[in-house]
Design a protein around this ligand. Structure first.
Ligand SMILES: [Zn+2]
Length: 344
């Protein structure tokens, strides 16, 4: 077992799957572990680290600043997408890898224009500039885009129809995740006008299916490699609601999507999977639990975010450098280092 793990963590990956549970802290994982009554996929990751999340102007980050840091290795002010405190555009790992010829993808259960996916490709001074962010996405060259937010592409102040524009660039367009033809290289799937519903309100298997379809498309006929970012977007709003049932359903759904990524990585052998959060939401503590019955009682200490450090779970070649204690600005250079780009 240990020899296999050594081999896995020391070599260089071809592909990276980066999965971000918005608002996911350690207590969220522990509560999900208790309610699930079987091992979570997260419990199979051999390498664990811790990341610190503060933004450039606040001990407590928001998702725009933290996603900018995760994506580009630079701190930003709260509310800002892909721009550093000096006003310069940051360069995300996805922007670097597109130039290098990698295939790339973004998946979210919120609108694809929301802070976390946006920070991987857009540059806007305010996270609420959804139509401007959609325009940035339409100029990005990302291969696979799956999430909500159709209205930001089609019902716009400037009257442009970005879906039609992207079809002309060679994207196949889908409004239902199950309809995605994953034999295609360029996929734009906008599956709700705004956010997808909460898991408990009928989202179904949207997220695991989206991950499976994206991985098939990105891996097909690909000698260079790919980078896929997947966001479990709605752990955060469920915790803003202080709703235990809602957030545990989101956690188990995110873990199911993690299982799809892990199965792919085990079979593929050349894929690094890294899972973390962007900040903790809800100040969640686990007060009571029973692993046999799956009962759990959590307490929320805030309706907002907290500054507590977050767990980082890694699997596959290159995973070892995601251990220890590091900053949310350290992910990008670690991805670049692990991909060993200069030798490709
Ligand atoms: Zn939040």
């Amino acid at each position: 077992f240990c020899q296999n793990i050594e081999k896995e963590i020391r070599t260089s990956p071809k592909n990276v799957i980066f999965m971000i549970g918005d608002g996911m802290g350690l207590s969220h994982v522990h509560a999900a572990m208790t309610v699930s009554q079987k091992k979570l996929n997260l419990q199979h990751f051999p390498v664990i680290g811790l990341q610190e999340t503060e933004s450039s102007d606040n001990y407590i980050t928001d998702s725009a600043a933290s996603a900018t840091a995760l994506a580009s290795g630079e701190k930003a002010r709260n509310g800002v997408i892909g721009i550093n405190p000096d006003g310069a555009f940051t360069e995300s790992i996805i922007e670097v890898l597109i130039k290098q010829g990698f295939k790339t993808g973004l998946i979210a259960t919120n609108t694809i224009t929301h802070a976390t996916p946006a920070a991987f490709i857009a540059h806007q001074p305010d996270r609420n500039m959804y139509e401007e962010i959609a325009a940035d996405i339409s100029n990005s060259g990302i291969n696979i885009i799956i999430g909500g937010g159709l209205k930001h592409f089609t019902d716009r102040a400037d009257k442009l129809n970005l879906v039609e524009k992207m079809k002309k660039q060679g994207y196949d367009f889908f409004e239902d995740v199950s309809q995605i033809n994953s034999s295609r290289d360029k996929v734009l799937a906008l599956t709700a006008n705004s956010h997808m519903p909460f898991k408990i309100n009928g989202r179904g298997d949207f997220l695991p299916v989206a991950v499976e379809k994206a991985l098939y498309s990105l891996n097909k006929d690909n000698d260079k490699g790919f980078f896929l970012m997947v966001e479990g977007s709605q752990i955060d709003p469920a915790c803003h609601n202080n709703d235990q049932e809602q957030f545990l359903a989101e956690m188990l759904d995110f873990d199911k999507a993690i299982g799809v990524a892990l199965d792919f990585a085990r079979e593929n052998g050349e894929t690094l999977v890294v899972v973390t959060g962007d900040h903790e939401t809800g100040g969640v503590t686990v007060l009571k639990g029973n692993y046999e019955t799956g009962e759990v009682k959590v307490n929320f200490s805030t309706k907002g975010h907290t500054g507590v450090m977050l767990p980082v779970y890694s699997y596959g070649p290159g995973s070892k450098i995601f251990s220890g204690f590091f900053d949310n600005t350290d992910f990008k250079e670690r991805f670049i280092f692990s991909l060993n780009l200069e030798n490709k």
